[in-house]
Ligand binder design. Structure first.
Ligand code: HEC
Ligand code: HEC
Ligand code: HEC
Ligand code: HEC
Ligand code: HEC
Ligand code: HEC
Ligand code: HEC
Ligand code: HEC
Length: 462
């Protein structure tokens, strides 16, 4: 539609433009574009803006402060759907039968979906989406269903999964009676399985409708998921010198430098999660695949190389990836400092694998073999829980505390706790071996009602 048809509408959009530019300057956006209407917006797009400005002022304000708004990317660019899309909002059609809004009429009608997937973003950001799609973030639902006993043995309930596991990992989106099924929505987990077949939700780190790089560069963007007894990365980071520096100097960092130009020493003096794992530096390019730059798989029971992780072998060479991480460190540190750090890291991994994990695993296997422990379900016998916490809680904390420079996690929450856990586990196991007594089974394990069928959206009908 031509501008001449909607002069009053454009006028009402322009004041927003001015407020955007002012806000942008106030917040020191170096590369923010001036808000100009560089193309005539479709009338349907103007209808979204005008109606939702009234309907959801908070949502609208977020969008209007985003770089998308400066570039003239509107609601329609992301939310437009096809009528036959399974996730199209049937209810939304009724918005175009309203008498109380000038935009609530048939001429503006267009199918929309609340779901906006990486595939939708890929129209304009193909590289980020391709990198993301190979990461363990995107593929976590497949990984979980291959290896996790909570799911495969049905040891927790559907609501425990939806509000816990899947909140971080993602749901398999479904509709029910023409609407998104509340057992799968709302959700922005990293590996959400979308109805168009794409994986993930870009809002895990760039919350809508700002979609800002600034937010994703801050450690808090990762901390919602990377915390707690089993992977306390945010706590580890805050304990490390890098975290101390962030606390002391973070408000002087230039968080908003243009994508791909965020430079150690220029824009910030201590690294965040994003600087080490995602942002580019030196000759290392920015990547949305967080599996890059890793040389060990320390979340696994036995630490292995990422390419040897059976459930989802990375297509990377650990030495090349370690080289990339080192190049990040070398932006701020000398060679010996970095090399010696890795010598310690490798020794700690070996210490965990050989001294704690392998003997405990051998003991567990022999109890199963002798029938003293029952293999049909996991977590319903105390020794299984002890073994699980040894690798999944304290064993991870020990390795992760070392690799991200947090001594309290490496030792007090880590190896110290491993020793305690190892001793109790071995004592109970030896007792069973000596007496031939079978371990107590919690027959009425609480809440063990979750489905155990692997999702066919990922695994097919097998
Ligand atoms: C005449 C007003 C009006 C117009 C025009 C309009 N919307 Fe809406 N829209 C609404 C209202 C009201 C709701 C909330 C309905 C509710 O609360 O369930 C809504 C809900 C939505 C939702 C959430 C749907 C869901 O199923 O959760 C999305 C996404 C959306 N609108 C996008 C758009 C886009 C994109 C456009 C332009 C193509 C648009 N809207 C045009 C009024 C409007
Ligand atoms: C750059 C793409 C993009 C643009 C532009 C955009 N959205 Fe969204 N919107 C999203 C994403 C992503 C989500 C999260 C949905 C998901 O997780 O799949 C979302 C969610 C929503 C939701 C449902 C969630 C909620 O909090 O209720 C509504 C409603 C919505 N958008 C309306 C709008 C409106 C109105 C505009 C224009 C002012 C707009 N969007 C512009 C990408 C976009
Ligand atoms: C129609 C094209 C288009 C679509 C679709 C789109 N974007 Fe963008 N996006 C852009 C443009 C253009 C810019 C650059 C704006 C600038 O440099 O001022 C941008 C910038 C960004 C930025 C950088 C913001 C910053 O603070 O510098 C992020 C993050 C982003 N987009 C995420 C997304 C996500 C996530 C989606 C899908 C939900 C998406 N975009 C969909 C065109 C699009
Ligand atoms: C607070 C967010 C959160 C919750 C809740 C959560 N996880 Fe995780 N999970 C993570 C993160 C983050 C990692 C990655 C840890 C790492 O790499 O250090 C992870 C790792 C895993 C892994 C290991 C994957 C691999 O590559 O080895 C599995 C399996 C898993 N989670 C399953 C589950 C299940 C099942 C539940 C619920 C019973 C659950 N998670 C609850 C965030 C969460
Ligand atoms: C795990 C967190 C995370 C997720 C999930 C994520 N991003 Fe990002 N994204 C970042 C970080 C961190 C940066 C900043 C990189 C830098 O310093 O320039 C960024 C930057 C960007 C930029 C700016 C250009 C660039 O590459 O630096 C775009 C565009 C973008 N992301 C799009 C997306 C899209 C599309 C998705 C979904 C496929 C997505 N992001 C998912 C963390 C994330
Ligand atoms: C919404 C939850 C969520 C957010 C936010 C999140 N992650 Fe993750 N992350 C996960 C989960 C879940 C996994 C485990 C995936 C698996 O192995 O199955 C994971 C795994 C990882 C891994 C391990 C990859 C591997 O190959 O072992 C790294 C590194 C990582 N995340 C870094 C980050 C960084 C950096 C950020 C912030 C910029 C971030 N994540 C934000 C949930 C999240
Ligand atoms: C100083 C750089 C640095 C910072 C800052 C940093 N990390 Fe790491 N991270 C590392 C190194 C080094 C490793 C081990 C890499 C390897 O395997 O060789 C690692 C490993 C990881 C892993 C992999 C665990 C696995 O599956 O093996 C996750 C997840 C992770 N970091 C998340 C985070 C999060 C979240 C933050 C911020 C709260 C963060 N990191 C901050 C350097 C950093
Ligand atoms: C943006 C700059 C920057 C990057 C990138 C960076 N560091 Fe640091 N790091 C620092 C600063 C500054 C200190 C504080 C030095 C001091 O104690 O005076 C520090 C401290 C450390 C310490 C000492 C911790 C302590 O508690 O004494 C270690 C070890 C370390 N870094 C290792 C690494 C490794 C390994 C990498 C890469 C994975 C890395 N750093 C990346 C800036 C950086």
């Amino acid at each position: 539609m031509k501008k001449s048809g909607f002069p009053f509408i454009l006028l009402s959009v322009i004041p927003l433009a001015i407020c955007c530019v002012a806000a942008a300057h106030a917040q020191n956006y170096p590369k923010a574009k001036e808000f100009r209407i560089e193309r005539s917006l479709a009338p349907q797009a103007i209808a979204c803006l005008e109606c939702h400005k009234q309907q959801n002022p908070g949502l609208f304000a977020d969008w209007s402060h985003s770089r998308h708004a400066s570039a003239g990317i509107t609601c329609l660019d992301c939310h437009q759907a096809e009528e036959h899309d399974p996730d199209v909002s049937v209810e939304h059609y009724t918005q175009y039968q309203r008498t109380d809004s000038p935009y609530g009429t048939q001429e503006y009608k267009i199918p929309v979906s609340a779901v906006v997937t990486p595939k939708d973003c890929s129209r304009c950001h193909p590289d980020e989406v391709t990198q993301y799609s190979r990461s363990k973030h995107a593929n976590t639902m497949e990984i979980m269903w291959k290896i996790d006993p909570w799911l495969n043995n049905g040891m927790n309930s559907d609501i425990e999964r939806k509000t816990g596991c899947y909140h971080c990992h993602g749901t398999v989106l479904k509709t029910k009676d023409g609407k998104l099924d509340p057992m799968t929505w709302p959700n922005v987990g990293v590996g959400r399985v979308n109805m168009d077949g794409s994986l993930g939700s870009c809002t895990s780190c760039h919350t809508r409708h700002r979609f800002s790089v600034m937010e994703a560069r801050k450690p808090e963007a990762c901390g919602q998921c990377h915390l707690g007894p089993d992977h306390p990365q945010i706590e580890i980071y805050m304990e490390s010198k890098h975290g101390d520096i962030y606390t002391a100097f973070g408000d002087e960092y230039n968080w908003n430098s243009a994508p791909g130009t965020w430079t150690p020493g220029v824009d910030f003096r201590g690294p965040t999660c994003a600087s080490c794992h995602m942002s580019g530096a030196g000759t290392v390019l920015t990547s949305h695949d967080v599996t890059e730059r890793l040389s060990w798989e320390t979340q696994a029971p036995l630490t292995v190389r990422p390419s040897d992780f059976a459930a989802f072998p990375a297509k990377t060479d650990w030495e090349v990836e370690r080289g990339k991480m080192k190049e990040i460190c070398l932006q701020c540190h000398g060679n010996a400092w970095v090399e010696d750090f890795y010598v310690n890291f490798d020794q700690a991994v070996e210490n965990y694998n050989e001294i704690y994990f392998k003997p405990a695993k051998a003991m567990l296997d022999s109890l199963y073999e002798k029938g003293l422990l029952d293999k049909s379900r996991f977590f319903d016998e105390d020794l299984e829980v002890e073994y699980y916490e040894l690798w999944h809680h304290e064993g991870r904390r020990a390795r992760m505390g070392v690799m991200m420079m947090a001594p309290d996690y490496a030792w007090w929450h880590g190896f110290y706790e491993c020793k305690k856990r190892f001793n109790t586990f071995m004592k109970e196991a030896e007792h069973l071996l000596a007496t031939g007594e079978k371990a107590h089974r919690y027959e009425d394990y609480p809440g063990a009602t979750g489905v155990t069928t692997k999702p066919e959206e990922i695994f097919g009908n097998k």
